[in-house]
Design a protein around this ligand. Structure first.
Ligand code: NCD
Ligand code: ZN
Ligand code: ZN
Length: 355
């Protein structure tokens, strides 16, 4: 952080921080991939690439091919490193974990409860089926990333994260006390409390949109499909609890945008897809959230230090600089042969990445 100790943070005109990483990112495949990867490659040193393609990325071999496509999309001169993940299914063999670790390109395995979110149909129906595989991950130190929502029809969508903690996560953490688990895109005070009170093996990512918005932003004054994501935005008290966790300086919480691009027509329809596209201004949006909380001095730890610490990696070696400057977000971005609507389309963001 470059500011004099007596300057009020809310009036800072510039901040410089170690280059951030995105510990939860969707970049899709094909032409769409080429459209979105450069946004993240420009801002972040590394990103955890989610495996929920159709078909899902379930093997190290598939992840290797996908990794090459992401690298190609980042461009020849880019130093951006995609960190690949495997999509856990009921039948992922423990052997595949050995292969994954030996390859050196797989950073984690992703658990989607079947039916919980976009492209999760091939996800896990019964976590006990995966126990030998989780055993191997614990042994070899490969983290498990979790979409933490139960899927039972009778559970209210606003309660699904809390129910996941009570019904699944507590016993999982007990059965695998040394398995590294990232509770992804947490959205509730309950999740923040759970992570805070758990062992050092359990951490969480928090998105910029869950720090900046609550469910009113999705539902008041007309339904906003571009503010619909999973886990769904929650009430204001939860947003405040997430901000508190993010700015706390606790190293269990780190940046994971969950930038999840979908074409405009897949969002603006009678049954729209879940996901917000934020990668084009990821660090600017987080900076705005930290600035609003008068905690710019805590941004670097959250965006650039805590993630590498948890994953056992070096922090990035260069810095980025942001300037306090309002700019207007484009109405749309190209998305393969389609378009997508970014978060804040046509509206302003208060910070701009300048170098
Ligand atoms: C994600 C996507 O579109 O792939 N959507 C979302 O709303 N977050 C999936 C996910 O991260 O759950
Ligand atoms: Zn998810
Ligand atoms: Zn996601």
């Amino acid at each position: 952080m470059s500011h004099s100790p007596d300057s009020s943070q809310s009036t800072l005109s510039h901040i410089s921080i170690i280059r951030p990483d995105d510990w939860h990112l969707h970049v899709r495949d094909g032409e769409a991939l080429k459209s979105v990867v450069p946004f993240t490659a420009k801002q972040c040193g590394r990103a955890i690439i989610m495996p929920n393609l159709t078909p899902p990325v379930t093997t190290t071999e598939q992840a290797g091919i996908y990794r090459q496509a992401v690298l190609a999309a980042a461009g020849e001169n880019s130093t951006f490193q995609p960190l690949m993940t495997l999509y856990l299914t009921d039948s992922t063999p423990a052997e595949e974990i050995k292969t994954a670790v030996a390859s050196g390109i797989i950073s984690a395995v992703k658990l989607y409860p079947a039916g919980a979110t976009t492209n999760s149909d091939a996800g896990v129906t019964d976590i006990r089926q995966c126990y030998p595989t989780l055993e191997m991950m614990q042994k070899l130190g490969l983290p498990l990333l979790v979409h933490g929502e139960v899927t039972h029809h009778e559970i209210d969508i606003f309660d699904r994260e809390k129910q996941f903690i009570d019904q699944r996560l507590i016993s999982l953490a007990k059965d695998f006390p040394e398995l590294k688990i990232v509770f992804e895109h947490i959205t509730t005070a309950d999740a923040a409390d759970f992570v805070r009170e758990s062992s050092a093996y359990i951490a969480a990512t928090i998105t910029a949109h869950h720090l900046l918005m609550n469910r009113n932003d999705m539902l008041v004054g007309g339904i906003k499909p571009h503010h619909y994501c999973l886990p769904v935005l929650k009430r204001e008290t939860h947003r405040q609890a997430l901000v508190k966790a993010a700015i706390s300086g606790n190293n269990k919480f780190f940046m994971g945008t969950d930038s999840a691009p979908h074409s405009r027509h897949n969002k603006e329809t009678a049954c729209g897809c879940a996901g917000m596209f934020t990668a084009f201004a990821a660090i600017e949006l987080y900076t705005e959230a930290f600035d609003e909380a008068d905690a710019l001095d805590k941004l670097e730890q959250f965006s650039s230090l805590n993630g590498p610490l948890f994953y056992g990696l070096e922090v990035n070696s260069d810095k980025i600089t942001l300037q306090r400057e309002k700019w207007t977000v484009p109405d749309a971005y190209q998305f393969g042969d389609d378009v997508l609507i970014p978060l804040r389309a046509g509206q302003t963001i208060n910070w701009k990445l300048v170098s």
